[in-house]
Write a protein that binds this ligand. Structure first.
Ligand code: SAH
Length: 458
């Protein structure tokens, strides 16, 4: 190994040459890579070396010597410390360019493409206060129950009242619930000793309907003063339609447990998306940025170019939002999803909107896809929207058999997207366009839609 000349606490002047997908600026000190937060490519800054690992180090900015034209005033330095807004120092149009470049880099690593295929990222008019869901850890600090967020790469809670990227009604609701829990002297969860009661407060808001769902995640089963707390919440947060107690007794970073009780209303709140109404239950996935989801789905459906002759498969369908949005244009849409609860919602959402040309199946997409193929189901269009880990190899194999001539891949992770697209290319599918959509402003996350078409000449 090369001798490392830098030492902890060294102060050096560096030029930032790159920005990682985790929003760290990259610079070199004597050829050794150093990562720095809150800087931009092209900037020259004085940094102090804080931590040295085997192959890289972390530095902290002391002074900006040359400032990037893409730098903007930050909203709140806490947003960088907790990692909720690691790009807040970058102008929004520069964020969009950076994200397009991220997608291009992922493709270049796994499956090089012509840069022209990647369109400009679709951004938000107001890239703030967009999240319709918050999962807020609750801890005790200096004897007081606090809500906030963990410092990046730690479990130290920093109290926060304004999160800047969440719906303001959600921020208000968290404060109201926090105050009520304090009033009734309810204990916060103590992670080290695995004692106490309230682990998380989850708030979800239908941004069109205004309806709120509150989930109290608890370690134990009993919430002292439960009735009074529910009544107080109803007074302070009149738009709440559902309060759920979710019990998570395990030592785990997974937020929600299996068992739960409905404390108010039912396990559902409603929202609208592209003119259809959706019931959403506490354990169902729902895209966190409602406005951009409408743009995302509209683009995905435009790419799919669906007509009344087309049979469509929507794999990883959640509560059926893409399925029902596509149903207006299609002959029939089949949806598949692994969470039973989400499929129950999808069925009732079809009824709620009087949609009859859809059918839903619960199960792993890879298994159900095989079953559909065995049952002779043919589809012209395949839409997939998998979680971050992407598609199972067996899913890709089975889905090729279904005979779609168009595949629309909606992805929240460009790394797995590029690898999966490379697999489809081996089966004769050719990339037509790649459309990044910014669902998560101020963060490095990016949603991407890829249109693939079967090359009929092969
Ligand atoms: N298209 C939906 C959901 C996308 S999120 C929407 O836009 O709202 C991805 C979904 O895939 C989640 O609902 C998750 O529960 C589901 N899922 C995860 N693994 C799966 C698998 N192996 N088979 C089917 N669905 C799966």
């Amino acid at each position: 190994m090369k001798n490392i000349s830098i030492k902890k606490n060294d102060v050096v002047t560096v030029e930032i040459i790159d920005l990682t997908y985790e929003a760290y600026g990259v610079c070199k000190v004597d050829g050794f890579t150093v990562f720095v937060e809150s800087v931009l490519p092209g900037e020259i800054c004085e940094i102090r070396i804080e931590r040295i690992e085997k192959r890289y180090a972390f530095g902290k900015v002391l002074n900006l010597v040359k400032v990037s034209p893409s730098r903007v005033e930050i909203k709140d330095k806490v947003g960088t410390r907790i990692g909720t807004m690691p790009l807040q120092h970058m102008a929004y149009d520069a964020q969009l360019n950076f994200k397009r470049q991220l997608v291009l880099d992922c493709f270049n690593k796994a499956f090089p493409v012509d840069e022209k295929l990647i369109l400009e990222a679709i951004g938000m008019d107001n890239p703030w206060e967009y999240r319709n869901k918050a999962q807020i850890p609750v801890r005790e600090l200096k004897g007081v129950l606090e809500t906030g967020f963990f410092k990046r790469n730690s479990h130290d809670l920093i109290p926060i009242e304004n999160y800047h990227i969440q719906d303001v009604e959600i921020d208000k609701t968290i404060i109201a619930v926090r105050n009520i829990l304090r009033e009734f002297k309810i204990e916060a969860y103590d992670e080290q000793n695995h004692t106490g009661l309230i682990r998380h407060i989850i708030v979800r808001r239908g941004q069109v309907s205004g309806e709120l769902m509150i989930i109290l995640v608890t370690l134990g089963e009993v919430i002292p003063h439960e009735r009074e707390i529910v009544e107080r919440i109803l007074i302070e947060v009149p738009k709440v339609v559902s309060i759920i107690q979710n019990i998570n007794s395990r030592k785990t970073n997974v937020i929600m447990g299996h068992d739960q009780k409905v404390l108010l209303g039912a396990d559902v709140y409603y929202d609208s998306l592209l003119g259809k109404n959706y019931g959403i239950s506490s354990k169902s996935f729902y895209q966190v940025n409602t406005l951009q989801t409408e743009r995302l789905y509209t683009k995905a459906i435009e790419f799919a170019n669906i007509s009344k002759e087309d049979v469509v498969i929507d794999a990883y369908c959640g509560i059926g939002t893409i399925t029902l949005s596509a149903s207006d244009y299609a002959n029939h849409v089949y949806g598949v999803e692994i969470v039973e609860d989400a499929i129950d919602m999808a069925q009732s959402n079809a009824q709620l909107n009087n949609v009859e040309n859809v059918s839903f199946e619960v199960g792993a997409a890879e298994d159900v896809m095989k079953m559909w193929v065995e049952n002779g189901i043919k589809a012209n269009v395949l839409i997939v929207d998998p979680p971050r880990k992407g598609l199972a190899h067996s899913f890709i194999e089975a889905s090729v058999e279904v005979g779609a001539d168009r595949i629309v891949y909606v992805s929240c992770n460009p790394i797995t997207l590029a690898k999966d697209v490379r697999e489809y290319a081996k089966h004769g599918y050719v990339i037509q366009k790649i459309q990044p959509v910014d669902m998560f402003p101020q963060t490095t996350h990016i949603e991407t839609i890829v249109l693939l078409k079967k090359d009929m000449t092969q």
